[in-house]
Design a protein around this ligand. Structure first.
Ligand SMILES: Nc1ncnc2c1ncn2[C@@H]1O[C@H](COP(=O)(O)OP(=O)(O)O)[C@@H](O)[C@H]1O
Ligand SMILES: [Mg+2]
Length: 273
């Protein structure tokens, strides 16, 4: 069953000279327990696509099309109802972790507030789950980290905490926009496994935005490639690797020789069966 179905989504910037198109007729759907990867170079419209249907764009943009989430067209919902959806049914990991935390409050307080609003957990549960989340996100000394202010932690730590919160809320749809950019390769592996778990364990639908072919290959079932606001390629991961038509995708593919080697192995196995 599709959790989100986006049809003909267009986003334009309103300028004095008229509308400047940014996202052009983007359509896709994501099923329960499935992860769709959105790949594309910087500036290709990946973030704008998800921000448009999550209600995160201001009045300087015009948005058209449909984004049906569990039967409701998000583009018709009020700001307030979208705000309520975000946090419980839809959670987001945004590109810049610093902007997602309030510099004036301790991490533990901010986590507790989020969970108090979006879950039924009592105070003791909030405390134990917060510690558990930090541990799952490979953060050492979780009790101490809860006492810290955002500026006392690295970008990678904040990004992991944000991922932990987004996963812990067990949403129907999880949108992760470049979630692992600030996280070192070794920890990335563990974090990507947590994404895998929430996808299969809670039948969460996931949109995983990245320009990292290696990361997306670990979590995504299907991939969309965007360039200049349009979908230029789509399909299963192996299809993208072997039949990439878009020059940027080809370049990405060539750069990732390690991934290619793994895939060649998998294909050889397939061929010998
Ligand atoms: N606040 C903004 N005002 C005007 N244009 C913007 C704004 N944010 C993004 N854009 C433009 O929209 C295009 C797509 O941006 P974005 O979706 O953020 O790209 P991506 O996430 O793929 O790197 C870019 O060309 C960018 O210049
Ligand atoms: Mg972006």
């Amino acid at each position: 069953m599709s959790v989100i179905e986006v049809r003909d989504l267009c986003v334009s910037l309103k300028t004095k000279k008229g509308l400047h198109p940014i996202v052009k007729n983007v359509s896709f759907s994501v099923n329960q327990g499935e992860c769709l990867g959105i790949l594309g170079e910087s500036g290709s419209g990946k973030s704008m696509t998800v921000k448009a249907f999550a209600g995160l764009l201001d009045k300087s943009f015009q948005v058209s099309g449909q984004a049906v989430f569990n039967g409701r067209d998000l583009l018709k919902e009020s700001k307030e109802s979208l705000r309520r959806l975000r946090g419980r049914q839809i959670t987001m990991v945004l590109q810049n972790p610093m902007t997602c935390f309030d510099p004036l409050y301790r991490i533990g307080n901010q986590m507790a507030e989020t969970f108090a609003v979006h879950t039924q957990w009592d105070k003791a549960q909030i405390r134990s789950r917060s510690l558990d989340i930090l541990e799952r996100m490979q953060i050492k000394d979780p009790a101490e980290v809860l006492e810290k202010y955002p500026h006392q932690l690295s970008g990678g730590m904040l990004q992991r905490i944000m991922i932990g919160i987004a996963i812990a809320l067990e949403p129907d749809l999880l949108i992760a926009d470049e979630p692992t950019t600030a996280i070192d390769a070794i920890t990335q592996f563990e974090i990507l496994q947590e994404f895998q778990k929430i996808k299969s364990g809670h039948q969460t639908a996931m949109l995983f935005i990245t320009h990292d072919l290696g990361a997306v290959s670990k979590v995504a079932d299907r991939i969309l490639v965007m360039s200049n606001g349009e979908i230029v390629d789509k399909g299963e991961f192996s299809h993208i690797l072997h039949h990439a038509i878009d020059p940027y995708t080809k370049l990405l593919v060539e750069k990732r020789s390690a991934v290619m080697a793994r895939y060649r192995l998998a294909l050889q196995k397939e061929a010998s069966q």
